[in-house]
Design a binder for this molecule. Structure first.
Ligand SMILES: Nc1nc2c(c(=O)[nH]1)N[C@H]1C(S)=C(S)[C@@H](COP(=O)(O)O)O[C@H]1N2
Ligand SMILES: [Mo]
Length: 332
């Protein structure tokens, strides 16, 4: 017999689903509004330029709160999305999941202006020989910045193609000299009630926590991202630094990281704690392993009308060897 223990948080997953349906409807309305503007101006192109406009106009400044986004110096560029069309910045910066700033898709872009990204320090500890803290300005100097165009796929079956800016997470982690006991890495998002007044409605325990097996963390595709579209990350996309793990569903790509820990055992992670059956630790994109409530076979690309077929490992088959011999259903 299966005994179901109610989750410790007040929001049931059924309510989260309806929240999402509601958010999608709002998204549709927003899309209709946006395309009307695009028709009037005859220009569908949008760039994350730092407009001098004092208004908190996200689509003009690219930033929640209307601030300017610093331009980044990029040493190398690589196209790793099979030549697929890059999603307009106006979509990827206004349709977000960042529950600390609201649970519907349009809220983070409106609310994340209260996040203070400077000064910003990341604490690194646990199973490593050289634990310590490092400021964001020093992180930006650790390694030459690369632009990598990746597919990004959310478990809710929407996706995008984004030119992220950053460097291999492994280059960051190696500095702290993980020991042989470091089998996993755990990450934590800032949790500050004052900067995140809506966080108590997130529906899960905070801070947001995520984790990777050490070999996943050291894989060259795993990116520590500080920017997108050539500029610093907008707050709503996880400023000042976040993970991008392109072969996994989006919830693994934790935002606004301020703590990293090397650990021996699989760390508890936010969505798995909420509903382990639905959101596994591995979370590898797989069109043949359905989520209990919806198929993962196809995806809707932000800004496009037609669906795309979802690809195994989101189109990054080079990671397959990490999971040799592991049942993708059991280790979902
Ligand atoms: N701290 C934090 N990180 C987070 C989330 C969140 O709610 N809080 N949402 C995750 C989910 S479900 C997705 S799909 C991606 C969305 O990233 P984007 O808004 O840049 O598209 O961020 C992930 N990282
Ligand atoms: Mo997601």
């Amino acid at each position: 017999m299966l005994i179901r223990v109610p989750p410790p948080h007040p929001i049931r997953s059924s309510q989260i689903t309806s929240e999402r349906v509601y958010a999608d409807r709002r998204r549709l309305v927003a899309q209709l509004g946006l395309s009307a503007v695009a028709l009037l101006t005859g220009c569908g192109k949008s760039e994350p330029t730092a407009a001098a406009s004092p208004a908190a106009d996200v689509t003009k400044s690219g930033q929640a709160g209307g601030g300017a986004l610093a331009e980044l110096t990029i040493a190398r560029r690589s196209e790793q999305a099979g030549g697929e069309v890059v999603t307009p910045f106006s979509d990827s910066s206004t349709y977000n999941n960042y529950y600390e700033f609201g649970t519907s898709k349009d809220e983070p872009a409106r609310n994340a202006g209260t996040l203070r990204t400077r000064p910003w320090t990341v604490a690194v500890d646990g199973e490593c020989e050289a634990p310590g803290s490092i400021g964001i300005e020093d992180i930006l100097k650790l390694s030459a910045l690369e632009e990598r165009i990746y597919r990004f796929r959310c478990v809710e079956a929407w996706s995008m193609v984004v030119p992220w800016v950053g460097f291999a997470l492994g280059d960051f982690l190696a500095r702290f000299k993980p020991t042989s006991k470091a089998r996993y890495v755990a990450f934590e998002t800032l949790h500050d009630r004052e900067q995140m007044p809506l966080a108590r409605y997130a529906g899960f325990e905070l801070p947001y926590v995520e984790g990777l097996r050490i070999d996943e963390a050291m894989h060259p595709l795993t990116l520590l991202s500080v920017g997108m579209y050539g500029r610093a990350l907008p707050n709503q996309n996880g400023a000042p630094l976040r993970l991008i793990v392109p072969w996994k569903y989006g919830y693994k790509s934790i935002k606004s990281i301020m703590r990293v820990r090397f650990v021996e055992n699989e760390p508890p992670t936010t969505w798995k704690k909420l509903e382990a059956r639905e959101y596994g630790f591995y979370s590898n994109v797989n069109p043949d392993v359905s989520h209990p409530r919806w198929s993962q076979a196809t995806e809707r690309r932000l800004g496009e009308l037609f669906k795309h077929k979802t690809l195994l490992y989101n189109g990054y088959p080079e990671v397959a060897s990490l999971y040799a011999g592991m049942d993708p259903v059991k280790f979902h």
